[in-house]
Design a protein around this ligand. Structure first.
Ligand SMILES: [Zn+2]
Length: 197
């Protein structure tokens, strides 16, 4: 099951591997599911994804998903360190990130839209390797635009998901109020009952 609870595509990307109660769920285990995830995250449209699967082929996409899983675990470690120490020297990590960003080929065009000329930038994915550039862009947007202190892990002990706390009060505790929030409430209730017995 694909989860989009991270409030940021970069964190949703980290959340493509999660482990409730010690089980591990892998959401991008092959190329097809990587493309499906990109669609779910709003980074690729559905029509583009169908064409992409046809054009790039399963083998190349599977290889890209393998790299995506490696990049994800690398990013997980780095984002956690960056959230703790945002001004530390990340020269080595930036070389890796910028290498991934550099794979994107973008095309700029001036088009007539809504009655005026507008400059647009589009990405045409020519190879499966370029999919990693899309993921890298989201990581780049996270570390350049967002507040490191607002990257949090779900407060439920059974949950491994992380999220960006976009609430005004910055007091979001759970990936999902309905799932983990409720579970925590039930656990606290049981604990109180146990003490009262
Ligand atoms: Zn949770």
């Amino acid at each position: 099951m694909l989860l989009f609870l991270g409030s940021h595509p970069a964190l949703d990307f980290l959340n493509t591997r999660y482990g409730p109660h010690g089980q591990v769920v892998e959401c991008i285990g092959d190329g097809r599911s990587l493309v499906d995830w990109l669609v779910g995250a709003g980074l690729v449209d559905a029509a583009g994804a169908t064409k992409m699967k046809r054009r790039l082929g399963q083998e190349a996409l599977d290889t890209a998903s393998e790299e995506a899983r490696r990049v994800r675990e690398w990013a997980r470690g780095w984002i956690a360190r960056w959230a703790e120490a945002p001004t530390a020297d990340y020269g080595r990590e930036l070389v890796v990130l910028n290498g991934l960003l550099g794979r994107a080929t973008s095309r700029r065009e001036v088009v007539l839209s809504e009655g005026r000329l507008q400059l647009t930038e589009s990405h045409r994915i020519e190879s499966a390797e370029e999919l990693l550039a899309m993921v890298a862009l989201q990581i780049a947007l996270l570390i350049t635009n967002e507040e490191p202190a607002l990257i949090k892990e779900c407060a439920s002990s059974a949950c491994t998901l992380s999220f960006l706390d976009r609430t005004k009060s910055h007091r979001r505790l759970f990936c999902s109020a309905t799932v983990c929030g409720n579970r925590a409430k039930v656990a606290a209730f049981r604990e109180r009952q146990r003490k009262n017995d």
